[in-house]
Write a protein that binds this ligand. Structure first.
Ligand code: ARG
Ligand code: ZN
Length: 864
């Protein structure tokens, strides 16, 4: 079954109102549904109604109050077809489902005594028969009935309207969601939960109760999440003019959850790791992730819920846009430069690899076999980059007007990427047809820039070529509209303003590239300038310009754009590691000098300095080379880091100690930044023999998780004598906390030693291995496959074999989790040496053993 964008038809029926009544129980739940149906745009009189439904046992069926005779309907494993419906009618069904047996965690499932739903993308069909497609939007009334002792809290979408006791001693709650909402945004939660709440009034004067719900033992760690909701709500009012539209906003933390979180209308459900936070169990990075994910889901209320998707091909319409919104939220509240650096790190380390590998696909795919396989870095992160480019091209004010227009024109509708671009085109007066190619073309564009300086005429010329490499199914690419931010620096280190002329639109700091090749002249320059390109990483492209080490060292000091100062150092380090500079010694010296200056600069934001100290990781390096020679990349990286650590031992130690007092503060920005830099320094120092004691001391005396985990990571990474004792102490201290236990497991599974294969095998045989819990699977196998190139790519293929051996079993439990892990092989075709054949054989060995549509689809694409 292949679904194609080109085959989209509006629905034959609409469901204008849906009433559901649940008799909830972990093992057996009965779902009564009452659907008010009306003919839709493509209704053909006499045509049967086909509803989606999976793993549902039919108890009753009636139309307009009359039981339906068997001749009028047909059931199969995927659908319920009803014949002989003419015009508006009411269809009623009752179905039995089994939440406790639902290990896929799609539809209604049980987790630690709670009942929870996850419907996006196509999970609602596992709850009741429905038109399970996002362009069918309904008003909802939901009644939940359950045993009061086991399920004291009963939550669903929208506003609570009624609650009470039933004759049989159970209790019930009724919820109404008046907003037209597709079924992928349906949610319910029932169980023994505690809540904390806060009442506020929105900018439009609506009284809203915000609440966070969690298991009783976790409720003490929800305060930060509640604050974060309020920050998100206020930020969306101020920055985007979006206000909240219900009387309550509930979020719930659950331990068993496949993804990060879900934006169900008025009832967001979260993986507990993105809600729970206190200093003893969460790192500073965890706090920021909590705030960002809470923002993301909250912002979906407009970008996703009020304006929803016409079909799943439009996924990036809500995800790319909402990631852009959550990135801006974090940038506005914290350091914009640091946020940008981290987002680009993720994009280049992971999304570029996806775009260059066997699973490459456009931000808006044109076909899928399993939509769950398209919740990817490309749809989310590259999708956000497209929105960011639009923002760059239009500027904040016009972009905001375009967003207002988009929300106004599409409120209550199921929209497309075209609708989004049309709104921005309308307010800006720009033709965005070429820009739209970003949604259609896969692959990372490459910019090659050459320059020339004519001293006689004082003329500086840039020649810029763009090229997007072929990707599966897309051999030839067209030129994209690329906003290239740039600056030219004069000998005094100041930006020079020069009149530009050429075949591209050049506006002060921005060149709009539209053709394969452009030539641009700048006149009146007394000396050859030092060019800086792609400031802020305004365009998600690879940029090839032959900088010398000296130029990069200079850029690292003088570039006004903080992102690009960081980028200059990344380039310098990458060039040294990959040995691409003509004079490697000069390059290394330039890098070392620049890092030394940064470490000496007590006025610079310590968090920014820490980012600069984090030189390119394995994924980023692997992305830069046509053939991945794992051993060579790892060795080159270690060699350089060791040398730099020696160069700067004194400086690193000075900063480490000097920042101690500041780092002892709370969750304020300066204290967090100080901890970040201190732990970065520690990571470098731990490379140098006598300094292991420093990590040990930090571990022994740490009072917050950031410092405890930072120290433990150093001990593990550099195989310190105290490593095993520290790991054991950490494990025992937190053995009852699944999220912190996951951190310990991640350290073990990501230990950069070939023997980590055996360690992981031991974990898989221990009680710590709970394959039904996605976080645990990711902590052990995800960390191993994605964060441990040393062991995963072990030369004998044992790493590949270990992962592959787990996949059939995991696939039978939770196909989405298994498919994610299978995706770790996405770059196998670029592996150098025998590893390529080993990985290939491993994948071929899985053929026929992975039964889900998710894994079968991925495997076929990996092997195509
Ligand atoms: N829409 C959710 C988000 O906020 C992700 C849900 C993904 N679910 C899935 N089954 N793939 O990004
Ligand atoms: Zn999202």
């Amino acid at each position: 079954r292949i679904v194609r964008l080109a085959d989209y038809r509006p629905p034959a029926w609409r469901i204008v109102r849906t009433e559901l009544a649940f008799d909830l129980d972990l093992d057996d739940t009965v779902v009564a549904a009452r659907l008010e149906l009306t003919p839709g745009e493509s209704y053909a009189p006499g045509a049967p109604l086909r509803l989606d439904g999976e793993e549902l046992a039919l108890l009753d069926i009636a139309v307009d109050g009359q039981p339906l005779p068997p001749a009028r309907y047909a059931l199969d494993g995927e659908s319920l077809t009803v014949h002989g419906l003419v015009g508006p009618c009411v269809l009623e069904t009752r179905a039995r489902i089994h939440p406790a047996r639902n290990t896929r965690l799609e539809g209604l499932y049980a987790s630690r005594g709670l009942l929870i739903t996850q419907c996006e993308a196509e999970g609602f069909r596992r709850i009741t028969w429905f038109l399970d497609r996002p362009d069918v939007m309904s008003a909802w009334r939901v009644t939940l009935r359950a045993d009061r002792a086991r399920f004291p809290v009963l939550l669903a979408n929208g506003n609570p309207v009624e609650r009470g006791t039933l004759d049989d001693g159970r209790h019930y709650a009724v919820w109404e969601n008046p907003h037209a909402t597709p079924c992928y945004l349906f949610a319910l939660v029932a169980g023994r939960l505690e809540g904390i709440h806060r009442d506020l009034v929105t900018a439009e004067g609506r009284a809203v109760r915000l609440a966070v719900w969690a298991a009783p033992e976790d409720i003490g760690r929800c305060g930060f999440a509640l604050d974060a909701i309020e920050r998100a709500l206020r930020w969306d009012e101020q920055r985007f003019g979006r206000t909240y539209d219900l009387d309550v906003f509930n979020i719930v933390a659950v331990q068993d959850f496949t993804m990060g979180a879900m934006e169900n209308k008025g009832l967001n459900i979260f993986n507990a790791r993105y809600i729970l936070a206190d200093p003893d169990t969460a790192t500073d990075a965890d706090y920021l992730a909590v705030e960002s994910v809470i923002g993301h889901e909250y912002f979906h209320n407009w970008s996703g819920n009020r304006v929803t998707l016409r079909d799943w091909f439009q996924l990036a319409l809500k995800e790319g846009l909402t990631v852009f919104r959550d990135q801006e939220f974090t940038a506005d509240l914290h350091s914009r430069a640091v946020k940008r650096i981290e987002d680009v790190r993720l994009l280049r380390g992971r999304q570029f690899a996806e775009d260059a590998g066997a699973l490459a696909h456009p931000v808006r795919p044109v076909q899928y076999r399993e939509i769950n396989n398209f919740y990817t870095l490309t749809v989310y992160e590259k999708g956000a980059e497209i929105v960011r480019m639009l923002h760059t091209l239009l500027g904040e004010e016009t972009f905001r007007a375009g967003m207002d227009r988009y929300f106004a024109d599409n409120d209550g509708r199921a929209a497309t990427v075209e609708d989004f671009l049309a709104a921005h085109a309308a307010v800006s007066g720009r033709d965005l047809a070429q820009f739209a190619r970003w949604y259609a073309q896969a692959g990372t564009p490459q910019l090659r820039i050459d320059d020339e300086y004519d001293a006689m005429r004082g003329r500086y010329t840039l020649r810029i070529r763009q090229h997007t490499p072929p990707t599966p199914g897309q051999p030839d690419k067209q030129a994209l509209l690329i906003p290239l931010r740039f600056a030219l620096y004069g000998p005094d280190g100041e930006p020079v303003a020069a009149a530009a002329e050429g075949d591209a639109v050049v506006r002060d700091d921005l060149i709009e590239l539209t053709a394969d090749v452009h030539e641009i002249h700048f006149d009146g320059l007394p000396a050859k300038p030092l060019p800086a390109f792609n400031q802020g990483f305004a365009a998600p492209v690879r940029l090839d310009y032959a900088y010398t080490p000296a130029q990069l060292g200079r850029l690292a000091r003088i570039e006004r754009d903080a992102f690009n100062r960081w980028e200059a150092l990344q380039r310098l380090a990458t060039g040294v590691m990959l040995r691409t500079f003509a004079d490697p010694r000069a390059a290394q010296a330039a890098l070392s000098d620049a890092l030394g200056d940064l470490l000496d600069d007590d006025a610079a934001d310590p968090a920014f300095v820490a980012e600069c100290l984090a030189l390119p990781d394995f994924d980023t390096l692997a992305d830069q080379v046509p053939q991945i020679d794992v051993d060579a990349l790892l060795a080159a990286r270690e060699e350089l880091l060791d040398l730099l650590a020696e160069d700067h031992a004194d400086r690193l130690e000075r900063r480490y100690h000097a920042l101690a007092d500041l780092a002892a503060g709370g969750l304020d920005g300066p204290a967090m930044a100080a901890r970040t830099l201190r732990n970065a320094c520690l990571g470098w120092l731990a490379r140098l023999d006598p300094h292991e004691a420093l990590a040990q001391r930090q571990f022994d005396t740490a009072t917050v998780m950031t410092d405890r985990l930072g120290a433990l990571r150093c001990l593990v990474r550099f195989d310190a004598p105290g490593k095993d004792a520290a790991l054991a102490a950490f494990r025992e201290r937190y053995r009852h906390d699944p999220l912190v236990t996951d951190k310990w497991l991640t350290l073990v599974a990501a230990r950069p030693q070939p023997e980590a294969v055996e360690d992981v095998r031991a974990l898989l045989a221990s009680d710590w291995w709970t394959p039904t819990n996605p976080n645990r699977v990711r902590a052990i196998l995800g960390s191993f496959a994605r964060m441990n190139p040393v062991a995963f790519h072990r030369a004998d293929g044992a790493g590949y074999a270990l992962l592959a051996a787990q996949l059939p079993g995991l696939d039978a439990i939770n196909p989405q989790v298994a498919a994610r892990l299978l995706g770790s092989f996405e770059s196998w075709q670029r592996l150098a040496g025998p590893r390529r054949a080993l990985a290939h054989d491993t994948l071929r060995g899985l053929d026929g053993k992975l039964t889900s549509r998710d894994c079968a689809d991925l495997l076929a694409r990996l092997l195509a």
